[in-house]
Design a protein around this ligand. Sequence first.
Ligand SMILES: *Cc1c(COP(=O)(O)O)cnc(C)c1O
Length: 194
Amino acid sequence: MLAVSKGFPASKIMELHDLGQNDFGESKVQEALQKKKELENCEKIRWHFIGKIQSNKIRKIVQNFYYIHSVDSYEKILKISKASTELEKITLLMIQIKLAEDPLKGGMSYEEVLQRWSEIKKFRGIKINGLMTINPKDLTSEENLKLFKKCRFLTDSLKLQDCSMGMSNDWKEAVEAGSTWLRLGSSIFGKRKV
Ligand SMILES: *Cc1c(COP(=O)(O)O)cnc(C)c1O
């Protein structure tokens, strides 16, 4: 489980960390870095980036996060690879894929991932460990399950491990389909103001 702590203060993260939760997800770089600084004594915390990636922040993201879930284009994979090589590190990432039309969400189409897979696989400085997806809002339980199963199927076909899928409103279907990272925010921390 990834505890999505965006919009909540470091004190809330600390409370959950004291209960044994180590993985936290943030979607804004500045906000995350502020909390990371406040919590630098909590050495076990692993910071995951789940937000939209702005190209000019890639270096900072590579430097400060353990796992990037939301890499939504070929160009960004390439840029993360370059930044990681320069920084001499291996960046763990997932490719965000778009399985249904949704004007609010980004992601690569599966066709594009397949088409470029042999090339992407060779990029240095990165370890692509899975696929991430965000379902459109207001789907039925069956529709959610169908899309999540598709994500799991594609992940398996690429011989990858992780599926980052399922949020507070659709995590049950995601578990059933084989999610390995449920990204839960409001169901853990309560309603966000933003
Ligand atoms: C905010 C967010 C979540 C958590 O959403 P909840 O509905 O609060 O559980 C999960 N994934 C991403 C990418 C998010 O931006």
